[in-house]
Ligand binder design. Structure first.
Ligand code: HEM
Ligand code: HEM
Length: 231
């Protein structure tokens, strides 16, 4: 039986992180194919990397439900949770549920790998092989995002709780005493400011292009030899 009173569950940095990640990922995907928007794509990709780095830190030092420790579930919990969704009283979690938490670890890992492989592609490490890896990772991430959104919709319907709204205002069903005490608005604002600063600084100032040992000092920027990308 779900307690229908609302408690604060997601602090501001977690919510800010989430929506900035969703925006940056969507933007990176939409700008991926065009040479003309390559700089924007790269900048959005770096933003994804920075956001994930922040989230890894916040998962260690953040508030109760933002900590990885609070959503480290084994396969048995995932199976039990999914089975319970088909019963009259699905298990309700104040923080992330076990199935959602596995999707979240996957989203974080794939975002990291897509970003790193994008950097490698940009600096021509690995050539066309790396390009293919980057594209495959990004597409797998897109697939998992669809699964994630479908999971959010399904859990929201079954629990009669709008989870997307909770990620906006921070509140979920729970008993008093289960909520977190501090929103950490300042840290959330700092995250927004850092992303804004990176955007204003532009891609070149953020990470100098990597020059492989033995190459000329002037960094060689990625140039696609593939005629499909000539737009
Ligand atoms: C319209 C699109 C989206 C909606 C409505 C949405 C909604 C949500 C919701 C409701 C949660 C909390 C789940 C829970 O209650 O346990 C969540 C968590 C999460 N979502 Fe999304 N999401 C969207 C897009 C994305 C995208 C595009 C990504 C990544 C590329 C993403 C990555 C994550 C991550 C990493 C978390 C964990 C949050 C944390 O604890 O830091 N989401 N999302
Ligand atoms: C993590 C978020 C990222 C996503 C979702 C993403 C997605 C994609 C996708 C889907 C493509 C294939 C486009 C096509 O059809 O040709 C692509 C290409 C590319 N990405 Fe990313 N990317 C990300 C991050 C990055 C980063 C951080 C960089 C550079 C520092 C980067 C650099 C590139 C380059 C140079 C290409 C062109 C490769 C080619 O011509 O085939 N990406 N990206």
């Amino acid at each position: 039986m779900i307690d229908k009173s609302k408690v604060l569950v997601w602090d501001v940095p977690t919510r800010t992180f989430h929506w900035l990640l969703a925006l940056s990922f969507t933007g990176a995907f939409l700008t991926a194919e065009s040479e003309r928007y390559r700089d924007v794509h790269v900048l959005l990709g770096y933003t994804v990397l920075g956001l994930v780095a922040f989230r890894l830190l916040w998962g260690l030092i953040g508030t109760r439900y933002a900590r990885f420790r609070s959503f480290a579930y084994g396969p048995h919990s995932v199976v039990a949770y999914v089975k319970s969704l088909f019963t009259r009283s699905p298990q309700h979690y104040v923080g992330h549920n076990p199935a959602g938490s596995w999707a979240i670890y996957g989203l974080l890992a794939l975002s990291l790998l897509a970003g790193v492989s994008g950097y490698a592609t940009y600096d021509d490490i690995g050539g066309h092989w790396m390009e293919d890896v980057h594209e495959a990772l990004a597409n797998t991430l897109l697939g998992l995002v669809f699964v994630h959104i479908a999971g959010v919709v399904l859990s929201s319907v079954l629990h009669r709780e709008n989870l997307a709204r909770s990620m906006l205002n921070g509140y979920k069903f729970g008993k008093s005493g289960e909520g977190i005490r501090y929103r950490h608005r300042l840290i959330g604002a700092t995250l927004v400011a850092a992303v804004a600063a990176v955007w204003m600084a532009g891609p070149d100032s953020l990470l100098p292009a990597w020059t492989p040992p033995g190459h000329a000092a002037a960094a060689v920027k990625y140039q696609s030899a593939d005629p499909r990308h000539d737009d």
